[in-house]
Design a protein around this ligand. Structure first.
Ligand code: GSH
Length: 210
């Protein structure tokens, strides 16, 4: 079975969510997020840069969360949650799924890193990164002006990936979202698979405490 090595509240959430939405069986291996543990040779053997998450299936080990989502879709999705490669929507599907991690999550990650690790000039850097994340939310609001999901009436995995990052944006930058983004976030997080992912995340937290 697919194993997701996950620390509560981190990017493994989007992989858990896509598995829940597709009803793909998976098992969570809770990971101690302490920097000391992530620096151990044991963890570095799974993730060479000492981050989370990691996904293992059989002999395969992966350490990039959106690539894991894509693998789950391609291997276990039977065409669900993504347009086919010949579909004209495929190019923008790629755009949004990459945007979620490379452009939207990145400045939020810098807010976390600067709070945790670097004290000098923290206010300037954090303000700049929050501004960059807000520019992403504004771009999403414009894209969503005439549609329910990023690519029209049909939800796909890019929507899950974006809404995972939106959780971080609401926590770190602003709970108030522009109208189209708010309606979209509410719609996507009303899915039973979202509730199941939240529950799995909370259970991971409990397992680490126990
Ligand atoms: N692009 C990577 C980013 C992984 C990442 O930054 N994970 C965070 C938690 S969500 C982490 O491990 N941070 C610890 C650190 O950077 O020291 C992915 O999507 O898997």
């Amino acid at each position: 079975m697919l194993k997701i090595y996950h620390s509560p509240g981190t990017r493994g959430f989007r992989v858990i969510w896509v598995c829940e939405e597709l009803s793909v069986p998976y098992e969570i291996v809770p990971v101690n997020f302490a920097a000391e543990y992530r620096a151990t040779p044991e963890w570095r053997a799974l993730n060479p840069v000492g981050k989370v998450p990691v996904m293992v299936e059989g002999d395969l080990t992966m350490f990039e969360s959106c690539a894991m989502m894509q693998y789950v879709l391609d291997r276990h999705g039977n065409g669900r949650l993504q347009p086919g490669k010949d579909d004209p929507a495929y190019a923008h599907y790629l755009q949004w799924i990459w945007f979620a991690e490379a452009t939207f999550a990145r400045p939020l990650g810098e807010v976390v890193n600067h709070r945790r690790a670097f004290n000098p000039e923290i206010d300037d850097v954090v303000a700049e990164m929050k501004g960059r994340a807000t520019a992403c939310v504004e771009a999403l609001d414009a894209a969503l002006s005439d549609r329910a999901y990023l690519q029209g009436d049909t939800m796909n995995a890019a929507d899950l990936s974006i809404c995972y990052v939106m959780r971080g944006y609401r926590r770190m930058v602003s709970e108030a979202l522009p109208a189209n983004v708010q309606a979209y976030f509410d719609r996507v997080t009303a899915l039973p698979s979202y509730e199941a992912a939240v529950k799995a995340d909370a259970e991971t937290s409990e397992r680490l405490k126990g």
